[in-house]
Design a protein around this ligand. Structure first.
Ligand SMILES: O=C(O)c1ccc[n+]([C@@H]2O[C@H](COP(=O)([O-])O)[C@@H](O)[C@H]2O)c1
Ligand SMILES: Cc1cc2nc[nH]c2cc1C
Length: 356
C-alpha cells in the first residue's frame, strides 16, 4: 500500500516545456490562433502531462467508489439506502448509465466497494471495504482519521494498479445514497459558505426531505466543528468513504502524472479535498460537466475550472467522464491531422493583427 505522506510529498508539476511546444505547434495550424478553444487547451495540457505531442489515449478507466452513509438515518435522501448496494451490483450487469456510456465511448470502469452496507461479493467488484457505512454524522463522527487515510490509500492503490495495466486516462465516479449530504457538508466547511448556498436536491429530495437534509448538515457541523484547514478532519467528521477514496484517486493520478476527469458534484468536492492537500493536483484535473447540484459552480470556481459542457446531468456514477474522454480523443485526432498555414496556402503573418 502506498503511503499517503509519501504521495503528498512527491507530486510533481507537468512539463511546461511540452505545453509550450504544443502551443507553438497549435498556432501553426490552419485556423485563427486559439479558435478551437478548449479543444486546444485539452490537447496542450495532455501533451504537458504526458511529456509528448504524440498522445497515448487508448486505455481509459472510470474508478467508481461505492459506499453507504450513516446520515441516511436522518431521512436526508428521497432514495432508500439499499439502492447503494443494488446499483453497485448493477454496475456488474452492464445496465447502468455509466456502463452504457463507457461502452459507447470505449472506456472501462472499475467498481470499488469501499464501504457498502452488507456483503457484496462479485468478481467485478473490488473488495476494499474500510468499514460498512460511515457513522451518522449528526450523532458521531462519520469515521476515524485513520479510516479516512485508509480510504484515501485505497484510491491511490486503485490508480497504481491501473497504471501498471497501461491505463493512461482516469475518471472519477461514485455511488452512495446520501452522498450529496456529506459532500455539501464538506464543501460548506472547506469554503466557509452558508449551508443553504451549497446544498441541492441530490437524487430528487422533495421539500420535507430537503429540510431534513439542511438540518442534518447544520447539526453535524455544529456538533463536530470541523477544522477547515485540515481536510482529514473534515472528511472524518462530516465526509464519506467514497469522498475519501476519490480524493485518493486524484492524488494517485497526480503522483503517477496521469490526467484525471472530474464527474459531478460529489467527485468535484473530492477533487477539492485533494487540491487542498496538494495544490499541484490542480495541474492534472480536467472538468467534465456542470452538474445540476446547487454547489457545483462554487467547487468549480474554487478549482479554477470551467466545465466543458452543461447537459442538466446529476446522475453521478462517473457519467460525465466518458463524454470528456471523447473530447480528448477528438482534440488529439483533429489537432494532429489538421494542415498547417503553409499547407493551406495562407500567409499567416498577413493576418496576425486580425487573428491574435
Ligand atoms: O454527481 C452529481 O452531481 C450527483 C448529483 C445528485 C445525485 N447524484 C447521485 O445520487 C446519489 C446521491 O443522492 P442523495 O440525494 O441520496 O444524496 C448518489 O448515488 C450520486 O451518485 C449525483
Ligand atoms: C437508480 C439510481 C441510480 C443511481 N446512480 C447514482 N445514484 C443513483 C440513484 C438512483 C436512485
Amino acid at each position: 500500500m502506498q503511503n499517503l505522506q509519501h504521495i503528498l510529498n512527491n507530486i510533481k508539476a507537468p512539463s511546461t516545456e511540452h505545453a509550450k511546444a504544443a502551443e507553438v505547434y497549435l498556432d501553426g495550424l490552419t485556423k485563427p490562433v486559439g479558435s478551437l478553444g478548449k479543444l486546444e487547451e485539452i490537447y496542450y495540457r495532455l501533451c504537458s502531462i504526458q511529456s509528448s505531442q504524440k498522445l497515448k489515449l487508448d486505455k481509459k478507466v472510470v474508478i467508481i467508489m461505492c459506499s453507504d452513509n450513516g446520515v441516511c438515518d436522518e431521512g436526508i435522501s428521497e432514495c432508500p439506502q439499499e439502492v447503494t448496494a443494488t446499483v453497485t451490483y448493477n454496475f456488474t450487469r452492464g445496465i447502468t448509465g455509466i456502463n452504457r456510456m463507457s461502452h459507447f465511448c470505449h472506456s472501462d470502469i472499475y467498481i470499488v466497494d469501499i464501504g457498502v452496507k452488507g456483503k457484496l461479493e462479485h468478481p467485478l467488484i473490488a473488495q476494499k471495504k474500510v468499514r460498512e457505512s460511515t457513522g451518522n454524522m449528526t450523532k458521531e463522527v462519520a469515521m476515524t482519521r485513520s479510516e479516512v487515510i485508509q480510504a484515501i490509500e485505497v484510491g491511490i492503490e486503485a490508480v497504481k494498479e491501473h497504471v501498471e495495466k497501461g491505463y493512461e486516462i482516469f475518471g472519477t465516479g461514485e455511488m452512495g445514497i446520501g452522498n450529496t449530504t456529506t459532500s455539501s457538508a464538506v464543501l460548506s466547511v472547506l469554503l466557509d459558505q452558508e449551508i443553504e448556498e451549497v446544498v441541492g436536491k441530490g437524487a430528487g429530495a422533495k421539500e420535507e426531505t430537503f429540510k431534513r437534509k439542511v438540518e442534518a448538515i447544520k447539526s453535524a457541523i455544529h456538533l463536530h466543528n470541523p477544522n477547515k484547514e485540515d481536510v482529514i478532519d473534515v472528511l472524518s467528521k462530516v465526509g464519506g468513504l467514497d469522498l475519501a477514496g476519490l480524493c485518493g484517486v486524484y492524488l494517485g493520478a497526480s503522483y503517477y502524472q496521469k490526467p484525471v476527469v472530474i464527474d459531478g458534484f460529489i467527485a468535484a468536492v473530492a477533487a477539492l479535498c485533494a487540491y487542498r492537500l496538494n495544490p499541484l493536483v490542480g495541474e492534472y484535473l480536467f472538468p467534465s460537466h456542470l452538474s445540476e447540484e446547487k454547489g457545483m459552480h462554487l467547487v468549480m470556481d474554487e478549482l479554477k475550472l470551467k466545465p466543458y459542457f452543461e447537459l442538466g446531468m446529476r446522475l453521478g456514477e462517473g457519467t460525465g467522464c466518458p463524454i470528456t474522454f471523447q473530447l480528448m480523443d477528438m482534440a488529439h485526432s483533429v489537432l494532429t491531422t489538421m494542415g498547417t498555414f503553409e499547407e493551406a496556402n495562407i500567409e499567416k503573418e498577413d493576418y496576425m493583427d486580425v487573428w491574435k
